[in-house]
Design a protein around this ligand. Structure first.
Ligand code: 13P
Ligand code: SF4
Length: 301
């Protein structure tokens, strides 16, 4: 039987590669990564490293963002079919059409978008900085938030600012329903509940906090509570348990799994490092246009 971990470490050294992984991938994939983080942290890492070879273990839009921020790197995305269905809900053409029809509106794109959609917008955001980014837009300007109507509605509510919302959503987080949350609250009275802001606003209202995956990891580390209910993709439980051995983490419900994040396997990483394929390749002019709104976001810290 192949010892995948050993093989990956050999190949990584031979290729001079760095492996980065999102907080949602399987625990065993997180274990072979040099850096594990949320989507904002991974973008910053890609830009800072400018690695000659970067193996990106996450979904497609994240690997594209890494390539846009580190264009000279060979960015390997081991499973190109691992996409984000929410990102597919706003095509480049539909965003361009919206822009033409609403020339005065500020377009804010969640990073969960394709490069083609990013190329048409004014500024990007992640769940970690969405309030700061939207809050920084001149009041009085009309804002379209895309593609996540739930994150948009949650930001709109916390800022008390009206936003136009694109009709997209995350199929994984959208499956978390208020009834499940109320039932878990009954089963675990007094236990802190954290959810991701991609959940519907009614679920967010029932939680103690709505945070990005990186925000949740910081919250549980700093909190004096011993038990937590976690309303996001279950891959994050791996890091929570590993980093907080004395604390207990309970996944909110069995439906909170992102099938695309689970496509990243040790086997696929070995194959990517052996063949140096599949690579993320994007046309230079598209990368240049998509880089602008990402850089604008990174400048707001
Ligand atoms: P984070 O930005 O919180 O890592 O979330 C990314 C994501 O895809 C959530 O579903
Ligand atoms: Fe996309 Fe949802 Fe999966 Fe995140 S959890 S990558 S938003 S489908």
């Amino acid at each position: 039987m192949i010892d995948y971990r050993e093989r990956i470490s050999e190949l990584k050294e031979r290729r001079g590669a760095v492996i980065v992984a999102h907080n949602y991938v399987e625990g065993e994939v997180q274990e072979v990564a040099d850096f594990v983080g949320d989507s904002l942290e991974l973008s910053l890492k890609a830009r800072e490293l400018q690695a000659s070879v970067l193996v990106f273990c996450g979904v497609r839009f994240m690997a594209e963002t890494a390539k846009i921020l580190s264009p000279a790197s060979v960015v390997l995305h081991p499973v190109p079919g691992a996409g984000c269905p929410m990102a597919e809900m706003a095509s480049g053409e539909s965003v361009a059409r919206y822009r033409r029809e609403h020339p005065e509106t500020v377009l804010v794109a969640y990073v969960n978008t394709t490069a083609a959609a990013k190329a048409e917008v004014d500024i990007c955001c992640t769940s970690a900085n969405a309030e700061r980014i939207v809050g920084g837009i001149e009041s009085g300007r009309e804002v379209m938030f895309l593609p996540d109507r739930n994150l948009g509605a949650n930001v709109s509510r916390s800022l008390g600012r009206r936003l136009e919302l694109w009709p997209g959503f995350c199929p994984t987080h959208n499956r978390i329903v208020p009834e499940t949350v109320r039932e878990m609250r009954r089963q675990y009275p007094g236990v802190e509940l954290l959810v991701h802001p991609e959940c519907v606003p009614e679920v967010v209202s029932l939680a103690d906090a709505a945070l990005s995956t990186g925000g949740m990891l910081r919250y549980v580390r700093e909190s004096s509570a011993r038990r937590f209910l976690i309303g996001t993709e279950h891959g994050i439980l791996h890091r929570m348990r590993k980093e907080n051995p004395g604390k207990e983490f309970i996944g909110l419900s069995p439906v909170v799994t992102c099938p695309n994040m689970k496509k990243l396997t040790l086997d696929s990483i070995v194959s990517a490092l052996e063949t140096m394929e599949p690579r993320v390749e994007l046309p230079e002019p598209l990368m240049e246009r998509a880089r602008r709104p990402i850089e604008r976001m990174l400048a707001v810290r």
